[in-house]
Design a protein around this ligand. Structure first.
Ligand SMILES: *Cc1c(COP(=O)(O)O)cnc(C)c1O
Length: 386
């Protein structure tokens, strides 16, 4: 039977506790941003560190947009973005009329290349957006040195990195000016769609809170719980509609309480792959630096030169065997919309990476027979011993 078992690339881990919490919210009569969102923000910032502000929003893309807006990025600004990321990292720069400046990846870390990053700084550079790729923290110590040397800010795209840490400090309260987390369906915790902006900067937090809800100086929950009349508010800027619903936050509270359990399972699955796949003609994913921790959002293998099949054939074989997989990502400099921003530049590390990379299944509820099946299929395609 096991040879017929299908293994999906991902399955969210949603149980009765999430379902009950959502049902309770729906019965409560308060659906939009309210007590659950406030409690979710409170617990999120408490987890990261006292004094952090957490601003709940409806996606990481929204958090990235709000972060850049609050940093004063606008027309004429440049923002440094790795080419190896999801398009959201770059698109928010364009929302504000600024220019994304793409840099190559470091094949050792899958994060942005530090030399290329510093070389890309110009007098117009306002911010660097590191992505903690697959959940492996970027070298924020070195990035902070580069940023401080040039007087620029760091906006962490931490969509893969919950929870993760650099030199003992959690991503979200570690050397970046602003951090954005994602609760999209296939991230390390989910609210269906959702995100969180985190910062220690009071002005950025306050501006983000205002801009996430139409530029109003009081949010909807305050308006209905304050003693002041609900219609008394001012609009101070043309804001956005980025607030998180209380239905989503109800789910977020349950998932957030499970983060340690999620991390432990992911770390165990990654270690199992590491030992079971070590004899194959592939490069295993990089581990976190010695004092860092990895969230293991993704487990990405890279086919070696002596692999018996190329990357696309490998994916076809996986699909034929019923194993889900994915590619993270086609680098942005290869995408039509971003090519014009890359003329005259080359990205040899990301091009090479893209020709070899495959993300294999790793998710909280993956069971031992499922992982054994993935390992068995990889051996049968790549010719190691099974
Ligand atoms: C998922 C993801 C995003 C976008 O997250 P949303 O919550 O879907 O907006 C941004 N950057 C990276 C690297 C991602 O993986």
């Amino acid at each position: 039977m096991t040879h017929q078992m299908k293994v999906p690339f991902f399955r969210p881990s949603v149980g009765d506790a999430e379902i009950d919490a959502v049902a309770e919210c729906m019965r409560s009569g308060w659906l939009t941003t309210g007590p659950n969102a406030a409690e979710f923000e409170k617990r999120f910032s408490a987890m990261l560190g006292e004094g952090t502000h957490a601003v709940a929003v409806n996606s990481a893309t929204a958090a990235l947009h709000l972060g850049l807006e609050a940093m004063g990025v606008g027309p004429g600004s440049e923002v440094i973005v790795p080419t190896l990321t999801f398009t959201a990292t770059a698109e928010v720069v364009r929302y504000l009329g600024a220019t994304p400046v793409f840099v190559d990846m470091d094949p050792e870390t899958l994060c942005l290349d530090l030399q290329d990053t510093e070389a890309a700084v110009t007098p117009k550079t306002k911010a660097i957006m590191p992505v903690h790729f697959a959940g492996r923290p970027a070298n924020l110590t070195r990035l902070r040195e580069i940023a401080d040397r040039h007087g620029i800010l760091i906006l962490d795209d931490a969509a893969h990195a919950l929870p993760a840490s650099h030199k003992g400090k959690p991503i979200g309260d570690c050397l970046a000016d602003v951090t954005a987390f994602s609760f999209y369906a296939n991230k390390t915790m989910t609210t269906g769609e959702g995100g969180m902006l985190v910062t220690r900067n009071d002005q950025i937090a306050s501006r983000s809170r205002t801009m996430r809800l139409h530029g109003m100086d009081r949010d909807v929950f305050n308006r209905f719980t304050d003693t002041k009349a609900s219609w008394v508010y001012d609009v101070v800027a043309p804001g956005y509609k980025y607030n998180l619903t209380d239905v989503a936050a109800a789910m977020g509270l349950v998932q957030h309480a499970r983060l340690d359990e999620f991390l432990e399972k992911r770390t165990r699955l990654a270690a199992e792959y590491d030992s079971a796949l070590s004899d194959l003609p592939i490069t295993l994913p990089p581990h976190a630096a010695p004092e860092d921790t990895h969230s293991w959002h993704l487990y990405i293998i890279r086919l070696a030169d002596d692999a018996p099949v190329d990357r696309d054939t490998f994916i076809t074989r996986l699909q034929e065997a019923g194993i889900g997989c994915s590619v993270h990502y086609r680098p942005l400099h290869q995408m039509s919309v971003w090519k014009p921003y890359c003329s005259g530049k080359s990205f040899p590390a990301a091009d090479d990476y893209f020709n070899r990379c495959v993300s294999i299944p790793l998710f909280m509820d993956m069971n031992a027979p499922e992982q054994e099946r993935v390992i068995e299929v990889l051996h049968s395609i790549l010719g190691g011993q099974s």
